[in-house]
Design a protein around this ligand. Structure first.
Ligand SMILES: Nc1ncnc2c1ncn2[C@@H]1O[C@H](COP(=O)(O)OP(=O)(O)OP(=O)(O)O)[C@@H](O)[C@H]1O
Ligand SMILES: [Mg+2]
Length: 503
């Protein structure tokens, strides 16, 4: 249905695509995978008219096409859900769903018509946001689903999903997989990018692998490709062996905990937390799990000084209470969020400034200013450790999505925090770098830092945590550790709690 061939694209001195082709057939789900920076987003942006290539051709149903822009591609039946969320935060949910003009009745914008069209699509994906809510006020997962709805409402023939589930909880990801399969069943061509390799291979008919701007595996039947060979194709043989963790690698048994580094005592935040007590020792990695709105994320907010308890108290390693976000940072709390656009990075600033920004805040008053060259060197060291591809002096906005996420982490490494508060820290990060980031988090814990982590990726919690505390309706309902800390157990506990079962 859609054929791209010989696509070439450079960004300055960087070759993003070096003669890439792909064929999308009607009725298939085609997976596109590759390391961070391999060129996946660049390819799909070209195919959907967002970016223009320097060379190569596109054909739709056998006829050559040249898209003038995303809107033009949309009119030809090619819709994209891009990796970086593009919701219009100040518009309402309905306005976001119909960006190219709302359906009209007798010349008037018809809200009723919008709701009528949107309802089944929102329903299929399992969300029900208030139609007039401001999109920017919705949780990240809902904004991601909103974008998918927007693309579906265009009734495309070719649907491109660039990491659609990176911020989704598991149930929503499963619903989306069902929707995608149904669409393919109706004859759509779906191109699906993801770093969740098992997930994407489960729904894909074929798979294409990109490495360094070239196709290394073109449209192979998904059933014939093992996960190992997929990872090897993505990373190259030797790297793959080094990067991929053994399936059940657990953190090393910790040293004797040195008392609580972070503690919450009877913390109540109206509407978010009810009488929550939790202590995390230095050296411990504690997971926070729950369904949307369960309160687990509010714990991170309380530790990071973004919400103040109405009653109860939060204590940081220096014995003080986080009075504000800034105060928490100067007390040694690092906050890494998967929402890098909103909270993580200054996209127009060079990498080295991003990486060294926090330790500045921490050193704050009194200290003398380190020389710029030293800062640049320090930043380069962190970025090399995380294998970020990009020049330290280049703007953060020019990095691929996963590489941006690594920069968010690098910035906190630079600040040498005593507490790590992580919220979906590896969102959009490739398997190799994910293993790397996990190793770093384990290393920091082994140095005695206290780690709190929430993640929509349950496998991440199971792999990384000593124990996972489960929340429902703002309360702790139990915790899982040791042999009981498995994905299925965790999923059951999040949904059904621990009723009738031993804690
Ligand atoms: N707007 C831009 N300006 C400069 N360089 C860019 C730009 N967009 C992409 N690049 C570069 O092109 C290369 C490919 O990036 P791309 O975003 O396509 O990777 P990707 O495979 O989608 O990675 P990820 O898994 O991290 O999303 C990277 O080296 C990236 O830094
Ligand atoms: Mg990308």
């Amino acid at each position: 249905m859609l054929v791209a061939s010989g696509l070439v694209k450079h960004y300055g001195g960087v070759t993003a695509l070096d003669g890439v082709g792909i064929t999308l057939d009607a009725g298939e789900v085609h997976a596109l995978v590759g390391e961070n920076g391999a060129g996946k987003s660049t390819l799909v942006k070209i195919v959907s008219g967002v970016v223009r290539p320097e060379g190569g051709t596109l054909a739709l149903d056998g006829a050559p096409v040249r898209f003038a822009g995303a809107r033009h591609a949309g009119a030809q039946g090619v819709a994209i859900v891009s990796q970086e969320l593009m919701t219009y935060d100040d518009l309402t949910v309905l306005e976001n769903l119909f960006p190219y003009g709302a359906p009209r009745r007798r010349g008037l914008v018809s809200t009723r018509e919008m709701r009528r069209l949107a309802r089944p699509v929102l329903g299929a994906l399992g969300i029900d946001p208030p139609p007039h809510a401001r999109a920017g006020d919705l949780p990240l997962a809902d904004r991601q689903l909103l974008e998918i709805c927007r693309a579906l409402l265009q009734e495309p023939r070719v649907l491109i999903l660039d990491e659609p589930t990176s911020a989704l909880p598991r149930d929503a990801a499963e619903r989306l997989a069902g929707v995608v399969r149904r669409l393919a069943g109706r004859g759509l061509a779906v191109l699906y990018i993801s770093h969740f390799l098992e997930e994407v291979m489960r729904i894909a008919d074929r798979v294409t692998v990109l490495r360094d701007g070239r196709v290394v595996l073109p449209g192979a039947a998904a059933a014939d490709v093992s996960l190992d060979s997929l990872v090897a194709a993505m990373l190259g043989e030797p790297e793959a062996r080094a990067a991929v963790p053994s399936p059940n690698s657990k953190p090393a048994v910790r040293r004797r905990p040195s008392g609580a580094a972070v503690s919450l005592t009877g913390v109540t935040v109206p509407g978010l937390l009810r009488d929550v007590s939790l202590a995390v020792a230095g050296g411990e990695i504690v997971g926070l799990a729950g369904l949307q709105g369960a309160g687990h994320l509010a714990v991170l907010d309380a530790v990071c000084g973004r919400v103040r308890p109405a009653s109860g108290s939060v204590r940081l390693p220096d014995g003080r209470e986080p009075r504000s976000a800034r105060h928490a940072v100067t007390s040694g709390v690092a906050f890494v969020s998967g929402d890098r656009k909103g909270r993580g990075l200054m996209l127009d600033k060079p990498l080295w400034e991003n990486v060294t920004a926090v330790s500045w805040l921490g050193q704050g008053r009194g200290g003398f200013l380190p020389r710029r060259a030293r800062l640049v060197d320090r930043a380069r060291g962190h970025l090399e450790r995380l294998r970020v591809r990009g020049d330290v002096r280049a703007g953060a906005g020019a990095l691929s999505g996963g590489n941006q996420q690594k920069v968010v982490l690098a910035k906190w490494l630079d600040a040498s925090p005593s507490v790590l508060a992580l919220d979906d820290p590896t969102r959009g990060v490739d398997v190799g770098a994910r293993a790397e980031l996990h190793a770093i988090v384990r290393g920091l814990a082994a140095e005695g830092k206290a780690v709190l982590i929430a993640s929509s990726d349950l496998a991440e919690l199971v792999e990384l945590c000593h124990r996972v505390v489960v929340f429902q309706h703002g309360r702790i309902v139990g915790s899982l550790a040791g042999a009981r800390l498995t994905e299925p157990e965790l999923s059951v506990a999040m949904n059904a709690g621990f009723a009738g079962r031993a804690r």
